[in-house]
Ligand binder design. Structure first.
Ligand code: AMP
Length: 181
């Protein structure tokens, strides 16, 4: 596996969630900063997205946000990142995050987070990349999704090899172990 220097985090933008999800995001940001790994994410200032970014920045880490101008009436971009890249479309945002990242971590989130995760997994299925994808199943948040993904493979709508395209972990330290950092 290529040395991991930057990590993309897909996660929720909602603030209307239990505090523990924001806290664990902030702790992960701190861990990235301690290891000198750049955070790449969607550039928003709210929810788990904002928490991971703040956790990284507050501990001296480097953060790149990729934010689509079209989103400004729904979400706000973070005002104090090391680097903010403003793009025109959601597709450019995804590509911008993909190109700058050595690995992808899926934190708890909503529909947008799932969209981002499945795009990166389907790109892997199409052999467009071999970058690690780690699903952080914090407090069993992703259990129903993981069960669905297993079911899809069992019934035959995806190949058994697809199960090797992602790792599911329950602890932050395990994320770092999978990435070898
Ligand atoms: P959510 O998980 O729904 O809170 O969304 C997390 C982030 O994903 C937010 O910044 C959303 O703007 C973003 N997002 C939502 N839908 C898409 C999409 N189709 N493509 C790229 N990003 C998206």
């Amino acid at each position: 596996m290529k040395e991991i220097k930057s990590v993309c985090v897909f996660c929720g933008a909602s603030n209307n969630i239990p505090r523990k999800f924001l806290d664990i995001g902030a702790t992960f940001g701190e861990m990235l900063a301690q290891r000198g790994i750049r955070l790449v994410y969607g550039g928003g200032d709210c929810g788990v997205m904002g928490a991971v970014a703040n956790g990284t920045m507050e501990h001296g880490g480097q953060v790149t946000g990729v934010f689509p101008v079209s989103l400004r009436n729904i979400e706000n971009e973070h005002q104090s990142l090391s680097e903010i890249i403003i793009v025109d479309t959601m597709h450019e945002r995804k590509m911008g995050m993909f190109e700058r990242s050595d690995a992808f971590i899926v934190f708890p989130g909503g529909f947008g987070t799932m969209d981002e995760m499945f795009e990166i997994l389907t790109w892997k299925q199409l052999q467009l990349h071999e970058k690690p994808v780690v699903i952080f199943n914090y407090h069993g948040y992703w259990d129903p999704l993981i069960a669905l993904m297993k079911n899809i493979i069992e019934i035959g709508f995806a190949k058994p090899v697809n199960a090797t395209y992602y790792k599911v972990v329950t602890e932050l330290d395990e994320i770092m172990d999978v990435l070898g950092v």
